[in-house]
Design a protein around this ligand. Structure first.
Ligand code: 5GP
Length: 190
């Protein structure tokens, strides 16, 4: 997606050869027009996949997920990282090792929100080693539902998440595939 790549080049900050900071439009401040375009692009790609729900993880997946959901006319479930008074029982819970925080945490979704008839599109902001996407996929599959696709805003193609998920047979769309951050700027696959 050209608009996204331009944003990454103009506003992305390469923190190391592994980590890209995009706080000005995705991870802290949100650019709504860019999110709208991201939503349209994911929706067009997965329009024929029979999607009934979108699943993401709080918080940075929510904006692209909602814009996609608006286009597809479905609801968004965001997996929650902390249990709260209102979300305690009857949960699907999976462990996720966070690439950026370097710690393990748990994500949960209420069992009431997923059913075996659901065809789910997973959406996330970044794909690195695939931990977050795999945790979401396990939750969906534990509910007896099907992962019908995975939409990633920025895939770091030099890490192994993309190949892991493709080998497992998931249908993945990444809107920007970064092949290197080594020169201090992002290099794209195409
Ligand atoms: P994975 O679970 O695929 O290893 O990592 C994906 C998750 O880690 C994403 O949900 C995102 O929050 C975070 N992440 C991974 N790499 C980056 C990065 O380079 N920049 C930012 N901002 N987040 C990242």
């Amino acid at each position: 997606m050209e608009l996204l790549k331009r944003k990454i080049i103009e506003e992305g900050i390469v923190l190391s050869d592994q980590v890209l900071k995009v706080d000005s439009f995705l991870n802290h401040q949100i650019d709504p027009l860019l999110m709208q375009e991201i939503g349209r692009t994911f929706a067009n790609r997965f329009r024929e996949s029979g999607i009934t729900k979108i699943v993401t993880i709080e918080s940075s997946g929510i904006a692209p997920a909602v814009m996609t959901a608006l286009e597809l006319g479905v609801s968004v479930i965001f997996a929650r990282k902390r249990k709260s008074l209102t979300l305690q029982d009857d949960l699907y819970t999976e462990k996720v090792y966070s690439f950026t925080k370097k710690e393990e945490s748990e994500v949960s979704i209420s069992r009431k929100l997923l059913s075996p008839s659901d065809r789910v599109l997973l959406i996330d902001d970044f794909l690195a080693n695939g931990e977050a996407a795999l945790a979401m996929a396990r939750i969906v599959e534990n509910a007896g539902a099907e992962v019908a696709g995975i939409g990633i805003v920025i895939e770091k193609a030099f890490q192994n998440g993309g190949s892991k998920l493709r080998e497992l047979g998931y249908d993945i769309e990444s809107l920007a595939r970064v092949t290197s951050l080594q020169s201090g700027s992002a290099v794209f696959a195409d």
